[in-house]
Ligand binder design. Structure first.
Ligand SMILES: Cc1cc2nc3c(=O)[nH]c(=O)nc-3n(C[C@H](O)[C@H](O)[C@H](O)COP(=O)(O)O)c2cc1C
Length: 164
């Protein structure tokens, strides 16, 4: 098979063509301090048992608390949560200031007004280049019943809206 050398910018361009939703993946350290980051490398994995996976950068400050807690919550964002997405896409100690959230059954933060929140208990962790693949069994689903809610979409490095 021909192997082409892929430079970083080409790889980023290619990855950006994969349209995704946007989530804030949260956890809590063992002193119950909340942590979280904006993510689009999130996918459903298994039906029996119900599982999701997330791909976390080795440099993420959320990684160690997530591994220690052995649980995480995928908060799928709505169009109205673009500012929150930007806030959680930066490093910082005060990301949760003024954010409306409650601890879920796994004690991880469930963000109010998200499209959907998926609480998971970590089952497996794998190395994946400069990321780790964290797989979890779903323990609780929180649906937003607002029929007007629309998901936040990420495509070509920009936020987008879903058009019917
Ligand atoms: C739309 C979007 C998607 C992102 N997806 C991921 C991702 O899947 N995995 C990841 O580790 N970082 C992702 N990031 C980058 C993190 O949000 C960013 O590095 C953040 O500062 C990490 O915070 P932390 O170090 O406090 O955990 C994404 C950023 C944006 C804007």
């Amino acid at each position: 098979m021909n192997s082409q050398k892929i430079d970083e910018s080409t790889f980023r361009t290619a990855s950006g063509l994969w349209a995704t939703g946007v989530s804030i993946v949260t956890t809590a350290d063992l002193s119950d301090n909340p942590f979280g980051l904006t993510m689009n490398s999130v996918t459903s994995l298994s039906l029996h048992p119900p599982m999701f996976l997330v791909c976390v950068d080795l440099g993420s400050d959320t990684m160690q608390p997530m591994l220690d807690r052995r649980a995480f919550c995928i908060n799928v964002l709505t169009e109205a949560q673009k500012d929150l997405s930007n806030r959680f896409a930066k490093k910082g100690k005060n990301k949760f200031d003024g954010v409306d959230w409650i601890p879920g059954v796994t004690l991880t933060p469930v963000l109010k007004d998200s499209f959907l929140s998926i609480e998971c208990n970590t089952s497996n962790v794998y190395d994946g280049g400069d990321h780790r693949v964290v797989c979890g069994e779903v323990s609780q689903l929180h649906f937003n019943n607002d029929p007007l809610s629309r998901p936040l979409i990420y495509f070509k490095g920009k936020y987008n809206a879903l058009v019917d």
